[in-house]
Ligand binder design. Structure first.
Ligand code: ACO
Length: 311
């Protein structure tokens, strides 16, 4: 690769300019973006499954309408992100094939089951809350199409986060049994939400280069800490206890110290171990196969339209 081009690219990144699809970029930068953006897209699409599971069992028409809108938003996020990745020269088919064959990852958080209605609240509050914490800085990521996709995604995620919190507020103000459901959901989702930010910085192989290229603007541990600091007061307002006996305010550091994360559990979830992970991929493969006729019909329609336009 031409040293002059590389130096010019690095100078543009360092000056906080956006890199656009037709600009020269190092192959490793392109590969990293395809990896991260496509995995982000897969997470949005797979993320529709645990919540979609509760659409038919939402406790009221209002809650059902809200949840339906949220799940549709996630589908939209996946589509913007696949489009952003396509601007780097990869195809939708390749990305989907990578997901279905296990070559590409998706967020570990979606390998946990949604056992009851309170889980929908915990997902909105904690999972979408963690997603916002991670995605707000990505609005300033160095690749233009990814950064612009994040602007709308973040607005929608903040609605998702509020709907989850609102759902939990209703539960904690309800019967003791309902409050207990909310606590149980927090107990099960807290640690997996902290794992969403990825491995600790000293064990994150991609971080150093991604920070240098301003693909990532903050490190995994920095974002995890910010998430804990923002979320503890929200749990207090709900009257729920964070399931971490080591959690305490650190006056000197001005943040919360928290207990050790079970990284074995994280890596097992990354590897897709367990029945929920198998169920997720089976559902995605079936959706792709069952949608083949829609793609074929759209392609045939487009061919007819093009032939008519050419005639
Ligand atoms: N789930 C699954 N895999 C993960 C997770 C996670 N929570 N965290 C890290 N990994 C994977 C990485 O993808 C990487 O594997 P790869 O090289 O095969 O891609 C490996 O673990 C090592 O991690 P890092 O070196 O820290 O990887 P990276 O620099 O890509 O950081 C992160 C990971 C923070 C997730 C980053 O890719 C990112 O910010 N992505 C965009 C946000 C996103 O994808 N969010 C999805 C969940 S939010 C939602 O959809 C609602």
């Amino acid at each position: 690769e031409d040293a002059g081009l590389l130096a010019a690219f690095e100078a543009r990144v360092a000056a906080d300019e956006f890199i656009e699809p037709n600009d020269w970029m190092p192959e490793a930068y392109r590969r990293t973006l395809v990896r991260q953006i496509s995995q982000h897209a897969h997470s949005e699409i797979v993320g529709m499954l645990p919540e979609g599971n509760w659409l038919t069992r939402a406790p009221s028409l209002k809650r059902k309408a809200i949840l339906l809108a949220k799940v549709q938003d996630e589908g939209g996020h996946g589509l913007y992100l696949y489009c952003a990745a396509e601007t780097l020269g990869t195809s939708r088919e390749d990305m989907i094939d990578a997901l279905h064959s296990g070559r590409a990852k998706y967020s570990t958080i979606f390998n946990y089951p949604t056992l009851n209605w309170a889980d929908i609240g915990a997902i909105g509050w904690l999972v979408d809350g963690a997603a916002i914490m991670n995605q707000v800085p990505l609005q300033r990521t160095s690749y233009g199409p990814y950064a612009r996709a994040m602007v709308r995604v973040c607005k929608e995620e903040s609605f998702h986060q509020r709907q989850g919190y609102d759902l939990l507020l209703a539960l904690v103000n309800g019967l003791p049994e309902q409050k207990a459901m909310a606590q149980d959901a927090l107990n099960r989702w807290w640690w997996p939400a902290l794992m969403m930010f990825g491995p600790p910085d000293d064990n994150s192989p991609n971080s150093a280069q991604s920070i240098r290229w301003r693909i990532k603007r903050e490190t995994n541990d920095e974002l995890r800490q910010k998430f804990v600091d923002a979320t503890v007061p929200q749990a207090e307002l709900l009257g729920l206890a964070i399931p971490d006996p080591d959690l305490r305010w650190n006056e000197e550091g001005g943040h919360y110290d928290f207990g050790a994360i079970q990284w074995d559990e994280f890596y097992a979830a990354v590897r897709g171990e367990g029945p929920t992970a198998r169920e997720r991929i089976t559902a995605r493969r079936a959706a792709w196969d069952e949608g083949a006729w829609v793609r074929d019909a759209a392609t045939a329609h487009e061919a007819k339209r093009a032939a008519l336009a050419a005639a």
